[in-house]
Design a protein. Structure first.
Length: 325
């Protein structure tokens, strides 16, 4: 009997080896992975990252092995705290945190559960990792750092005589502050003045836009900011009336009313993060050794209707490579 039991146990372990290994903490008792997904707020960029992540896991054959727990914090810190506590209590095998505040809250809640993040601009600045190259803890993921310097160059290609650029972002988002600081430093080398206005909620956006219009800005750059992205229509309702073009950090802002962007692709970022999750869940990689991954290719996205509305004609070299929406 003892020999038969040993054989049976060995066969059971062998059958599960491809999944996680016998006795591994990577799977729940039912043989499923429990993956918690927390999204800061609902808007197209974060929605796309979410879909890219789950698509990657499904396409790698894990669809019937994962129990996804999807949660949206609706941009509320108390909701983030509650979700984090529940994920930890439920002993998730992995957590995906979408956007910087979500990642920070999850990281504060557990040092044991692997946390992958996406839609985070700089993990070091957000104090999520020891370094982007060698995280050293239980957090890694993908960065949505958009090519800020190239965005300024893009504005100059479209508006060669521009001297003043405005920017609007959330005062509570580290990722936005970082992008704006880089943009200001680079713009200064081009002789451009940057006027910035911060907001706390979407309700502040219209007033902030009106302030920039009154200050005489000739164009507005919006970083990959969650608050502004969730209500880009509030911004362009003011800027369109003043005939001021808005340059966004990603394509969903252009779909929402900005004129153009050298865009981050959030679906691809989410998918890239999903591939990292596959390696962690299957025991191929340890999260502490996984460098934060960057997006290397960006696409030029242009809102054709907005060009016509603002009476702006693009140089042919931009038209030749632009994706019109």
């Amino acid at each position: 009997m003892k020999l038969k039991k040993g054989i049976a146990l060995g066969l059971t372990c062998l059958a599960l080896l491809g999944l996680a290994g016998c006795g591994s903490s990577n799977t729940s008792n039912s043989g499923e992975y429990k993956v918690g997904i927390v999204q800061l707020v609902e808007h197209p960029a974060l929605d796309a990252a979410n879909k890219g992540f789950t698509d990657a896991l499904k396409e790698k054959g894990l669809a019937d092995k994962i129990n996804f727990d999807q949660q949206n914090a609706q941009a509320d810190q108390s909701n983030l705290n509650s979700i984090a506590q529940r994920f930890v209590s439920d002993r998730k095998n992995l957590i995906l945190a979408i956007a910087t505040p979500a990642a920070q809250t999850m990281a504060n809640a557990t040092h044991d559960i692997p946390i992958l993040a996406t839609a985070v601009t700089d993990y070091e600045s957000a104090k999520l990792v020891k370094s982007n190259a060698q995280p050293g803890g239980n957090v890694s993921g993908t960065s949505d750092m958009n090519p800020v310097e190239q965005q300024v160059d893009l504005i100059l290609q479209v508006m060669p005589n521009v001297k003043t650029i405005g920017t609007i972002y959330s005062s509570s988002e580290v990722n936005s502050q970082l992008q704006v600081e880089k943009m200001k430093a680079y713009a200064a080398t081009k002789g451009i003045t940057v006027k910035e206005v911060t907001v706390s909620t979407v309700n502040d956006i219209q007033q902030a836009a009106q302030s920039l219009v009154s200050d005489g800005v000739q164009a507005i750059y919006v970083p990959t900011d969650n608050v502004v992205a969730s209500a880009i229509s509030n911004l362009v309702s003011v800027t369109d009336a003043a005939k001021i073009p808005v340059f966004g950090g990603e394509d969903n802002q252009v779909k929402g009313g900005a004129m153009m962007s050298l865009s981050v692709d959030y679906y691809k970022l989410g998918y890239q993060t999903g591939l990292m999750a596959v390696d962690i869940l299957q025991g191929k990689s340890k999260i502490e050794d996984m460098p934060v991954e960057m997006q290397k290719e960006f696409k030029l996205v242009v809102n054709k209707e907005k060009l016509e509305k603002l009476g702006i004609t693009l140089p042919q070299e931009l038209l030749d490579k632009a994706s019109m929406i």
